[in-house]
Design a protein around this ligand. Structure first.
Ligand code: GH3
Ligand code: MG
Ligand code: MG
Ligand code: MG
Length: 298
C-alpha cells in the first residue's frame, strides 16, 4: 500500500510522550496525525478524512468524553471510530466511554502488541464500512450516484434553499424511445448506452454540489444548487447526447439516440415540497415527450 492509500489515524493526548509513543508504535499500520487537546482534535477532524481516533480521556479544557460527544452529534463525524486510551481504568469509566459510542477502550500503560492488533482490526472495520457506504450510494451499472444518494443530497439542498432562498435547479432526464432501442439492438447494447449517457451527463454537473444520478431504468436526475442556468445546461446536455452519435434506427425524432428533459428552478416556497418538485419535473418531461422529444423544457 502506498502512503497515500494508508488510512489516517488521529492520536489525541495532552502528554507529548504518550502521543509520540503511540505514533511510533503505529507508524507502519497507518498515517498518523497528532493533536494535543480536544479543540485541535475536532479541528483536525473537520479538515481531513480521519479513519480512526485514539483518544485520551483526561485532558485539560475539553476532556475525551466531551470530544466524543461532539463527534457523535455531528453527522459528518458520527461514524469515525474512537478508541479511548486512558489511565482511567475503573469499570464505570470504561462503561461511560463505550456507552458514548467508543468502539474500544485501552488501558494505560498500553501493551504495544495489543494496541497494534486492535488498531489494525478497527481500521479493517472502518475500511469495510466506507466501502459499503460507497457501494450503497453508487449505481451498479453506470457508476454514477444512485437514487438513494440523490434523495439524500436533494433533501439537504431543499433545506438549504428554504433557509437561504438560493435557487435550486432540478431536472428529470429520460432517453427517447429506449424500449425500441433495446428491442432492436439488444439489452447489452442498451446497457452500454446507459453507461455512455451517464458519463456524458456527469460532465455537466461539475461544481461541488451539482449532482447527476440514475433515478431509475433509463431516467436520470440533475440537481444544480444555486443555479438558474438550468435551461442552458439542459440544452447543452441534449446536444451532447446527440453528439455521441449512437445510431438509433427506430427513433422517430433523430437517426441518433436522444434524450428529453423536464426541469424546474425552485425557490424558498417550492423547496418546502421536494416530492412536488419531482412530480413537476415529471410533468414537464411528459410535455417534452409530447411536443417532439429531443428537447429540454424548464
Ligand atoms: P419514451 O421516449 O417515451 O421515453 O419511450 P421509452 O421507450 O424510452 O420509454 P419506456 O419507459 O416505455 O421504456 C423504457 C425502457 O428502458 C424499458 C426498458 O426496457 C429500458 N430499461 C430500463 N432499465 C434498463 C436497463 O438497466 N438496461 C437496459 N438495457 N434497458 C433498460
Ligand atoms: Mg491526559
Ligand atoms: Mg422512462
Ligand atoms: Mg424513455
Amino acid at each position: 500500500m502506498s502512503a497515500m492509500n494508508l488510512p489516517t489515524v488521529l492520536i489525541v493526548d495532552d502528554e507529548r510522550i504518550n502521543r509520540t509513543a503511540l505514533a511510533e508504535l503505529l507508524k507502519d499500520e497507518c498515517r498518523v496525525v497528532l493533536a494535543k487537546d480536544g479543540v485541535s482534535a475536532l479541528q483536525r477532524v473537520a479538515e481531513e478524512r480521519i479513519s480512526l481516533i485514539l483518544l485520551d480521556a483526561s485532558m485539560p479544557d475539553m476532556d475525551g468524553y466531551e470530544v466524543l460527544r461532539r463527534l457523535k452529534s455531528n453527522e459528518k463525524t458520527v461514524n469515525i471510530g474512537v478508541i479511548f486510551v486512558t489511565g482511567q481504568i475503573e469499570e464505570a469509566h470504561e462503561e461511560r466511554g463505550l456507552l458514548l459510542g467508543a468502539v474500544d477502550y485501552i488501558a494505560k500503560p498500553v501493551r504495544p502488541l495489543l494496541v497494534k492488533a486492535r488498531v489494525r482490526n478497527h481500521l479493517e472495520l472502518a475500511r469495510q464500512r466506507e466501502e459499503l457506504e460507497r457501494l450503497s450510494m453508487q449505481d451498479a451499472l453506470t457508476g454514477i450516484s444512485n437514487r438513494r444518494a440523490f434523495n439524500q443530497a436533494f433533501m439537504r439542498a431543499c433545506g438549504n434553499t428554504v433557509r437561504t432562498g438560493t435557487p435550486l435547479g432540478l431536472a428529470m432526464i429520460d432517453v427517447d424511445y429506449f424500449k425500441r432501442f433495446n428491442d432492436f439492438y439488444g439489452h447489452g447494447a442498451g446497457d452500454d448506452v446507459l453507461r455512455r449517457v451517464a458519463q456524458t451527463l456527469g460532465k455537466a454537473a461539475q461544481r461541488p454540489y451539482d449532482m447527476i444520478a440514475r433515478y431509475g431504468g433509463e431516467e436520470f436526475v440533475l440537481m444544480l444548487p444555486s443555479s438558474i442556468a438550468l435551461q442552458t445546461v439542459l440544452d447543452r446536455l441534449c446536444e451532447a447526447v446527440q453528439a455521441l452519435g449512437i445510431p438509433h434506427e427506430q427513433s422517430e425524432v433523430s437517426p441518433m439516440l436522444t434524450i428529453s428533459c423536464g426541469g424546474v428552478v425552485a425557490g424558498y416556497d417550492s423547496a418546502k415540497r421536494p416530492e412536488w418538485l419531482l412530480e413537476r419535473c415529471d410533468e414537464i418531461l411528459y410535455q417534452a415527450k409530447n411536443t417532439g422529444r429531443n428537447r429540454a423544457i424548464v
